[in-house]
Design a binder for this molecule. Structure first.
Ligand SMILES: [Zn+2]
Length: 408
């Protein structure tokens, strides 16, 4: 017998009715949560979030700017620059007899004001040497970790920051700079990867820290450098967690016992559960405005295997880009300098406005860095062809390929 659509439709309709009344009560709950959260003073919020302990949800720490606010951007400086570096890579291909990977760094430098200018670069680097293909411990012991997959992605991120530092150092030393990275520097991939300690020490401690120190130094001795990492469509819930911690009447111990990540049997805590940060700031921020500054509630050790990158790179705010709410991570030297933080916000808001909802300098850098599917295919053909020309054994006939190669 065929499916009885009469019965199915009736059941579906009654489920939909339930959904829309759930949506209505959720909207009401959200409005109530916002109202109550907006009444929490900055001192109260700082105290509640600092003592949040290990609640069953992540809680961002709030600072002097309070729990929730909509802060307008000041005007950008008369002359200023925006710099961004992005990267993409071609991973090691085990079907190619030549072990290699390629990192392509793309960048964009935009100058605004009296003498406007724009510059682009695209720099591919092929890695084939042992020293580039493997990470090895400095102490001479015989461990080695091949650079591929998530680790190659992390190396690429480190190179992006290094190249960004080069670009900032060679820019005119008098004009304020907005230095933007796409994404986050939290290195989730490396953290999940469970790599040997020397891998993290080399990548994060030596190289990433080195590049960040150069950017900080450029800001200290020359002109303001507002460094930031920009995440579009963030899925974080830390500020929503801070709101919940501010409203949950119980202490962390009781909350841990009676509340879960999604709900609670305590009315105040339950009413504030189940929202995310984007939802909050969609409702609160006008275009160009930013949220207060927060400190991430994730433990520093979670940032990079107890090398605690998080301590210097754990502050963030949200900004309304004009079309969405984005998350912006800033290093400590930006977070602790109110003037630099404000200038950075001003330049970022302008970038979003110019890019119709996305920082124009990041999209331009991405355009320079991207390696398309067609590029990948051509790269593979080129490798096979050159191997054949050099008399190396190839897995398939490169001769037939060579006839079709436009550049051969
Ligand atoms: Zn609770």
């Amino acid at each position: 017998m065929a499916l009885d659509f009469g019965q199915t439709a009736r059941q579906m309709m009654s489920a939909m009715g339930g959904l829309s009344s759930t949506a209505r009560s959720r909207r009401q709950r959200f409005a109530d949560t916002l109202d109550r959260a907006l009444a929490i003073t900055p001192d109260e919020a700082a105290q509640r979030t600092a003592s949040a302990g290990s609640r069953p949800f992540i809680v961002a720490r709030t600072g002097p700017e309070g729990l929730l606010d909509s802060i307008p951007p000041p005007s950008p400086p008369r002359d200023w620059m925006a710099v961004s570096v992005d990267g993409s890579h071609i991973d090691v291909d085990r079907h190619l007899p030549l072990r290699c990977y390629l990192i392509n760094l793309g960048g964009c430098v935009l100058t605004y004001g009296a003498s406007p200018d724009c510059r682009f670069f695209s720099e591919p680097t092929l890695a084939t040497g042992e020293g580039d293909l493997y990470l090895r411990p400095d102490d001479g012991s015989n461990g080695e970790t091949p650079i591929s997959g998530a680790l190659l992605g992390a190396l690429r991120t480190v190179q992006e920051v290094e190249r960004l530092a080069d670009a900032v150092e060679t820019a005119p030393p008098t004009v304020p700079v907005l230095a933007l990275l796409d994404g986050t520097l939290a290195f989730w991939d490396i953290q999940r990867g469970n790599y040997p300690r020397y891998v993290v020490e080399k990548l994060v401690n030596d190289r990433l820290r080195g590049a960040l120190a150069r950017l900080r130094e450029a800001s200290r001795v020359q002109r303001p450098v507002a460094l930031a990492a920009y995440t579009s469509r963030p899925q974080t819930t830390e500020v929503a967690g801070a709101v919940r911690a501010g409203l949950c009447v119980s202490n962390a111990t009781e909350c841990t016992r009676r509340c879960s990540a999604r709900r609670s049997d305590l009315a105040q805590c339950d009413g504030a559960a189940g929202f995310d940060d984007r939802e909050l700031f969609d409702a609160l921020l006008e275009p160009g405005h930013r949220s207060p500054l927060y400190q991430t509630g994730r433990r520093a050790s979670h940032f990079a295997m107890d090398l605690a990158v998080g301590t210097e790179w754990s502050r963030f705010y949200y900004v309304n880009s004009g079309t969405e709410v984005a998350r912006v991570e800033v290093p400590d030297w930006v977070a602790e300098d109110p003037e630099l933080l404000a200038t950075g916000h001003a330049m970022l808001a302008k970038q979003c406005e110019l890019g119709l909802g996305y920082p124009v300098v990041i999209s331009e850098a991405h355009e320079q860095a991207v390696v398309s599917g067609r590029d990948r295919e051509e790269f593979r053909k080129l490798a096979l062809l050159l191997m054949e020309r050099n008399g190396l054994p190839t897995p398939e006939s490169a001769k037939t390929l060579s006839k079709r190669m436009p550049w051969a």
